[in-house]
Design a protein around this ligand. Structure first.
Ligand code: NAI
Length: 338
């Protein structure tokens, strides 16, 4: 007896490389933590992305329901669900891109670092799976604290002998999305026209918006700079407080994750000029990891851009950011090396 969904998927898998129906390029994407607050809207948005031909939804709970639901959307991607650790390998085999929003979110009063004890172990397990089943995939890591989970992932991949620094990207896109929105509000512009580079890391003072480099070119009073920098750095906490104990940003994060994943996929396809901010292995500062603009291509983060000229306010911010970042990076590295 034939199962139309399985047949359709086999037809796609048989096709050369990652070509989907009609010869359009399509990539295979897995979401780990797909049944969560971020995972669900992220799965929905990925199912709508024409660059995706196969979508694997993995979680330790509830992934069959989310998969059944999403699979009824009449878009091109074939969706398959995977439940529990024994299915991690099948979830990952053959993937071009793995997006990881697995792990616990913040509650009011918590910092992202308070999540370390639980999420470090989750990220370790998932990255061991990636090293085994899809060592060449691009990894978009969302689980917090990103400043520590990216170094953890790097150590896991190094241990497994599969580490390619260009293919491991911590997702800081939500900071950019927030910065674009808040800056547009102050300038009275359409947020789609605004581009704010946000560098450093993804927690508190490590989030460093470079307001002197906003496009289109503009200038801010020192009050505006102070207000915007603080609001961008505390954007996550604004949502955590408004959600009053029920979680952190999920919908705007799913939007940001898809915006970033789509840029990675366009890079993989070979599109030119794809540049986004991400937290990556870096030589831009003396720290081993740092968020800055990166050029996305067939190999992942093919070039890491320098920070460009900073003003005095940003130079002070950079020093603060580096201090905290250094400790968070070290904490991640020690978690695996010990
Ligand atoms: P959530 O609790 O709603 O969902 C997390 C999901 O991960 C759950 O479905 C859970 O079953 C799953 N999970 C737990 N252990 C797992 C494992 N070993 N393997 C696979 N899945 C597992 O949390 P939410 O709101 O979706 O947030 C997820 C993570 O994303 C948190 O760590 C949060 O701090 C982080 N985050 C990161 C942002 C960023 O900008 N990078 C922004 C917002 C949140």
């Amino acid at each position: 007896p034939s199962n139309p969904q399985v047949e359709r998927e086999h037809a796609i898998l048989r096709q050369d490389g990652c070509r989907a129906k009609g010869g359009a390029p399509g990539f295979k994407v897995a979401i780990l933590g797909a049944a969560g607050g971020i995972g669900q809207p992220l799965a929905m948005l990925m199912k709508m992305n024409p660059l995706v031909s196969v979508l694997h939804l993995y979680d330790v709970v509830n992934s069959p329901g989310v998969t059944a639901d999403i699979s009824h959307m009449d878009t091109g991607a074939v969706v398959r669900g995977f439940l529990g650790q024994q299915q991690l390998e099948s979830a990952l085999t053959g993937m071009d891109l793995v997006v990881i929003p697995a792990g616990v979110p913040r509650k009011p009063g918590m910092t992202r670092d308070d999540l370390f004890n639980i999420n470090a172990g989750i990220v370790k397990t998932l990255c061991e799976g990636i090293a085994k089943s899809c060592p060449n995939a691009i990894v978009n890591l969302i689980s917090n604290p990103v400043n520590s989970t990216v170094p953890i992932a790097a150590e896991v991949f190094k241990k497994a002998g599969t580490y390619d620094p260009k293919k491991l990207l911590g997702v800081t896109m939500l900071d950019v999305v927030r910065a674009n929105t808040f800056v547009a509000e102050v300038l009275g512009l359409d947020p789609r026209e605004v581009n704010v580079p946000v560098v450093g890391g993804h927690a508190g003072v490590t989030i460093l918006p470079l307001l002197s480099q906003v496009k289109p070119p503009c200038s801010f009073t020192s009050e505006e700079t102070e207000y915007l920098t603080k609001r961008i750095q505390d954007g996550g906490t604004e949502v955590v407080q408004a959600k009053a104990g029920t979680g952190s940003a999920t919908l705007s994060m799913a939007y940001a994750a898809v915006k970033f994943a789509d840029a990675c996929l366009r890079g993989l396809r070979g599109d030119a000029g794809i540049v986004e901010c991400a937290f990556v292995a870096s030589q831009v500062t003396e720290l081993p990891f740092f968020a800055s603009k990166v050029k996305l291509g067939r190999g992942g983060a093919e070039e890491v851009h320098q920070l460009g000229p900073l003003n005095e306010y940003e130079r002070v911010g950079l020093e603060k950011a580096k201090k905290e970042l250094e400790a968070s990076i070290q904490k991640g590295i020690s978690f695996i090396r010990k």
